[in-house]
Every structure is written in C-alpha cells, then in structure tokens.
Design a protein around this ligand. Sequence first.
Ligand SMILES: Nc1ncnc2c1ncn2[C@@H]1O[C@H](COP(=O)(O)OP(=O)(O)OP(=O)(O)O)[C@@H](O)[C@H]1O
Ligand SMILES: [Mg+2]
Length: 146
Amino acid sequence: MTKRIDLHSEQDTIDLAHYIAPLLGPGSVITLYGDLGSGKTFFVKALGAFLGIGEEIDSPSFVIFKEYHCGRFPLYHLDLYRLKDEGELLDMGLFDMLESGITVIEWPELAENILPYQTIQLRFAFDSEKRFVDVIPEAALEESFQ
Ligand SMILES: Nc1ncnc2c1ncn2[C@@H]1O[C@H](COP(=O)(O)OP(=O)(O)OP(=O)(O)O)[C@@H](O)[C@H]1O
Ligand SMILES: [Mg+2]
C-alpha cells in the first residue's frame, strides 16, 4: 500500500522528516526517487537535523556518498546518479553501511536488487502546481515497521 502526502511547502517536507526520524535505527534504509530538484536532498538535510546531526548535510552527488557520525546513529547519504555499476557500491562497503547505520539513497535504481526487503521508498514528484511524495509501503510510517 502507498501513502500519498502533499508537500505544499518546504515545511511539509521538514514535518515528514520529523515524523519519520524517530522510527529509524541502524539497519533502516530509505530510497529517494524523483527528478532533479524534487526535494530528495532537502529531505535528507531535515532528517539529519532530527537525528541530531549538527553538521550541514549537502548533496553527495559528486562524491557518491557522505557519512555522518555525530548524530544518534551513523547516517550514510548516497547519491548514485553518477555511479556506473553495482560493483562499485560493494567496493564502497555498502553492506557495512546498511548494517551499522541509517542509509538514505538518492537515485537508487542501480542498487535496487541488493537492498533489503524492508527498504522504505519515498517517491517525490512535482510540477508547476504542486509537490507530493508517495511513501511505500504505507506501514513504514508506523512504529512497528522494522
Ligand atoms: N515542498 C518542498 N520540499 C522540498 N524542497 C522544496 C519544496 N519546495 C521547494 N523546494 C526547493 O526545491 C529544491 C529541491 O532541491 P534538492 O536538492 O532537494 O533536489 P534533489 O531531489 O536532491 O535533486 P537532485 O536529483 O539534483 O539531487 C530545494 O531548493 C528546495 O528549497
Ligand atoms: Mg539531491
């Protein structure tokens, strides 16, 4: 089941991050889909703040991944837009990340086959009129989901 949430303003995206952050822990994986500028990195910035990361989170699209160890749990922020093959992900230590922290992945298509079954998908979309996000599965918004 999918839950669609309208994001009328940046504050709505911040509120979503605020809602989800306490439901996450080591082993949680979130994949972020959506076109350029749809709000994926914006969401991760907000999520990081609610996880107690004081550092500024910026887009990892040039370096593929960034890690933050100053919050409640390690946060691994990946952007696979420029990645060519799955093997590079394994060389990067993806499985260690998945196990030890919260892993959030922009442009995750390349990794889909190696991510855990309980990965939470956030699919952002926007046009000139509105923004929304589909949360899949809907149960990811419940405390019992882990
Ligand atoms: N409701 C909203 N939620 C998130 N971002 C919004 C919203 N309204 C406006 N924005 C703006 O849209 C932009 C989204 O940019 P962001 O870098 O998060 O996109 P992205 O999906 O990560 O793109 P890319 O694929 O290039 O990494 C930000 O500049 C943000 O301020
Ligand atoms: Mg981004």
